[in-house]
Design a protein around this ligand. Structure first.
Ligand code: CDP
Ligand code: CDP
Length: 202
């Protein structure tokens, strides 16, 4: 039996952290769909055309070790506005969503476009400043030379591009449950997400 949990929201809102924990709690699989766009963006930085990169994407491409940088995130956000790039990634995401045993997918358009029939949809958000501070701490802790201003600028630029694009823009699905993590600890955010799933599941 498949059961799909769609988790969308702006950059560094806590989608990945919550998705991993929710998937572990319910014994579901987890797909970070942002990684697909980051891997495509990464290949364009090496000179490959975006559509070709999306159509030829392999599991190995998702293992590149520099996918988490702001530089790659910007490239990801740019290729993500190309309809043919998005189209090339749809089947893989939908197949994952339907896997037996349950699936959590996080991204920007999971509840709106990829899995409009998902059993549970969450829209995870937080203020710009809180998100930038969290991502700044995360990148610094991983040895990246970043500034608070630079990270805030990256998030704002991507959020604007992701929200304003014509194809699959970032926005909450009409039936999404909103989780604002600005004032929540990681444990509280995870608990809120699990509670929302429990309401549907039982
Ligand atoms: O996946 P997304 O970009 O939405 O965010 P994330 O990578 O899960 O979270 C960004 C950073 O915020 C991570 O370092 C998390 O540990 C942290 N975080 C937090 O401090 N408090 C939360 N309630 C959620 C995430
Ligand atoms: O971790 P963070 O939230 O900063 O970014 P991400 O989830 O890794 O996504 C990187 C970029 O990929 C986003 O800024 C979007 O442009 C794009 N993306 C998308 O368009 N649709 C998705 N389902 C996931 C990511």
């Amino acid at each position: 039996m498949s059961f799909t949990i769609a988790i969308d929201g702006p950059a560094a809102a806590g989608k990945g952290t919550i998705s991993k924990a929710v998937a572990a709690h319910f014994g579901f699989g987890h797909l970070d769909t942002g990684l697909l766009y980051r891997a495509v963006g990464r290949k364009t930085l090496d000179g490959m055309p975006a559509i070709q990169a999306a159509q030829s994407l392999t599991a190995d491409d998702l293992k590149a070790d520099d996918l988490r940088t702001g530089h790659v995130a910007q490239a990801a956000s740019k290729v993500a506005s190309i309809p043919e790039v998005r189209a090339a990634l749809v089947d893989f995401q939908r197949a994952f969503a339907r896997r037996s045993g349950g699936a959590v997918l996080d991204g920007r358009d999971i509840g709106t476009v990829i899995c409009p029939d998902a059993e549970v949809k969450l829209y995870v958000t937080a203020s710009d400043e809180v998100r930038a501070e969290r991502r700044y701490l995360e990148l610094s802790a991983n040895g990246h030379a970043v500034t608070r201003e630079g990270v805030l600028e990256d998030l704002r630029e991507r959020d604007a591009r992701d929200s304003e694009r014509a194809t699959a823009p970032l926005k909450p699905a009409d039936d999404a449950y909103l989780v604002d993590t600005s004032g929540l600890s990681i444990d509280q955010a995870i608990a809120a997400a699990i509670a929302a799933v429990d309401q549907v599941k039982r």
